[in-house]
Design a protein around this ligand. Structure first.
Ligand SMILES: Cc1cc2nc3c(=O)[nH]c(=O)nc-3n(C[C@H](O)[C@H](O)[C@H](O)COP(=O)(O)OP(=O)(O)OC[C@H]3O[C@@H](n4cnc5c(N)ncnc54)[C@H](O)[C@@H]3O)c2cc1C
Length: 388
């Protein structure tokens, strides 16, 4: 058993069904991802065929309703966590971010969309044939969601959309964007969610290059007098804010689990290196200060993983609260930053050379503390909910 897996075998939340999911996703990653990830990083995006292969392997549909081609019967929150963790094994954050964008784009449709919309979109998304992304952030800012400016003006049977979204994951390839727009007055009560086809007249996209997540395409998406039928409204007019907030909780739990997964990759790489490399006449792991460093990494990962599992249990038992996800996300992202740093120290110069997993993870740690709700916003949200 590797450092990566050791915790799961002794956790009360996991049994042989979770191990079976882990094995299945691992086979997919070994077969489809590991041989190709470096070329996808260079290409700046994932091939569409990967989404189809992931659907066939049961990955895209895990946790989604069976009636749309998902697999929810017999699965719990922890199967989802295991899958998230296994997708981290390859050490490239862009893989999950872009392969699993439907994890943030589709839930608002399933929670609030019309029966026709669900039937039209969900089966294709879960089969990997339709790519869907989520558009909340705008060039004027992402933290102050209630103040977003992209406007959809109602006109007979359609809306006319003007504005832009930025930093959108899978934004260059998406077929549809679940888009937050202003349909009413100022503030949260004037926001709706609209499903916008990316081939609509007046939509244009600009590719953004980034520090990390290279295999995940990221875009600014512009809307210029885009006509969107009213039947593409997700839920009720001016009722979109709650849908956005509900979505965030799941996203934050998933990001926290990813942080644990990547931290575990870092630990595994560092342990392997420390066992094999000799300095001052003996294996590095025989030096007390290195052993302490590794043990301290394991301590921080285990503590964060326990909190992830507890939050998942709370979701499963209907006693979760947004403040917990917000605090957990801060804990997990800060933990990963520290672990990536320590792993890089253990590897020394090798950690700085392109091609090592640590080099990539180290470059990618920052996005976790910003995307899906930044650190300051998370702490403020929790502080308001818990103490004010
Ligand atoms: C790689 C990547 C992928 C992304 N994917 C998506 C996506 O798919 N869809 C999507 O909608 N968005 C996406 N985002 C956007 C992300 O959610 C935003 O970057 C994030 O919400 C922060 O918004 P901002 O960057 O506009 O920062 P701003 O809102 O401008 O804030 C800048 C900084 O100031 C801090 N700050 C702001 N206000 C306060 C305050 N009142 N008190 C203290 N500090 C404050 C923030 O914490 C932040 O650190 C992505 C971002 C990245 C980098």
């Amino acid at each position: 058993m590797t450092e990566f897996d050791r915790w799961r075998a002794r956790s009360p939340y996991y049994n042989e069904t979770h191990e079976a999911v882990a094995q299945s996703v691992r086979r997919f990653v070994t077969r489809e991802v590991d041989p190709n990830i470096d070329s996808w990083e260079l290409a700046g995006e994932l091939p569409r065929a990967l989404h189809i292969a992931a659907a066939k392997a049961g990955i895209l549909g895990l946790g989604f309703p069976d009636e749309f081609g998902g697999h929810s019967d017999g699965f719990d929150m922890f199967h989802g966590l295991v899958q998230t963790e296994e997708l981290c094994r390859t050490g490239a954050g862009g893989l999950s971010a872009s392969l699993m964008t439907h994890g943030i784009g589709l839930p608002p449709i399933l929670a609030m969309g019309s029966a026709e919309m669900k039937q039209k979109i969900a089966p294709g998304v879960l089969a990997g044939e339709i790519l869907i992304a989520l558009g909340i952030t705008e060039p004027s800012g992402g933290s102050d969601v209630a103040n977003l400016k992209t406007r959809a003006v109602a006109n007979k049977d359609h809306y006319v959309v003007n504005g832009s979204k930025t930093f959108i994951t899978t934004g260059m390839r998406a077929d549809y964007l679940t888009t937050a727009v202003r349909t009413g007055g100022e503030g949260a009560g004037g926001i709706s969610l609209l499903l916008i086809p990316m081939d609509a007249v007046g939509v244009s996209r600009t590719r953004l290059s980034k520090m990390g997540w290279h295999c995940s395409d990221t875009a600014t998406i512009h809307f210029e007098d885009v006509i969107v039928p009213k039947e593409n409204l997700i839920g009720v007019e001016n009722g979109g804010f709650m849908g956005i907030m509900m979505n965030f909780n799941r996203e934050r739990l998933g990001m926290a689990m990813s942080c644990c997964g990547f931290a575990r990759v870092c630990l595994e790489e560092a342990v392997t290196w420390a066992q094999q490399r000799e300095t001052f006449g003996k294996a590095m792991v025989k030096h007390q200060s290195i052993r302490i460093k590794l043990a301290d990494m394991a301590r921080q990962i285990a503590a964060t993983q326990s909190w992830v599992d507890q939050c998942a249990w709370q979701v499963q038992n209907g006693c979760d609260q947004p403040a917990d996800f917000a605090l957990l996300k801060v804990q997990a992202t800060q933990m990963l930053e520290q672990i990536a740093r320590e792993a890089a120290q253990v590897l020394g110069g090798a950690s700085y050379i392109t091609g090592s997993k640590i080099e990539r993870i180290y470059r990618e740690v920052r996005v976790n503390a910003i995307g899906g709700g930044s650190e300051e916003i998370m702490l403020d949200l929790a502080g308001r909910q818990l103490f004010a």
